[in-house]
Design a protein around this ligand. Structure first.
Ligand SMILES: [Zn+2]
Length: 75
């Protein structure tokens, strides 16, 4: 079961919860103040792996990309 991170809009508490993927965006109460005003946060892990994917795509975009400036794909 994946671990999701949530953020409370009322008390600014960040907390994590193990939930089924289908329940990821379902209502969850704040662990600190029991508020219903919570949003799912994008975890640091996902942000970092997303950056690696972007870097990998740009270096493998085309032959011109490896030299730094590329007129073929615009990167
Ligand atoms: Zn709260």
């Amino acid at each position: 079961m994946p671990l999701y991170e949530y953020f409370c809009l009322d008390c600014h508490e960040r907390f994590e919860a193990l939930r089924a993927m289908k329940d990821a965006d379902a209502l969850i109460l704040c662990t600190k103040c029991k508020s219903e005003h919570t949003v799912r946060a994008i975890s640091l892990f996902n942000a970092q792996s997303g950056g690696r994917v972007i870097a990998g795509n740009s270096s493998a975009g085309c032959a011109g990309c490896s030299s730094g400036s590329c007129s073929t794909c615009g990167r």
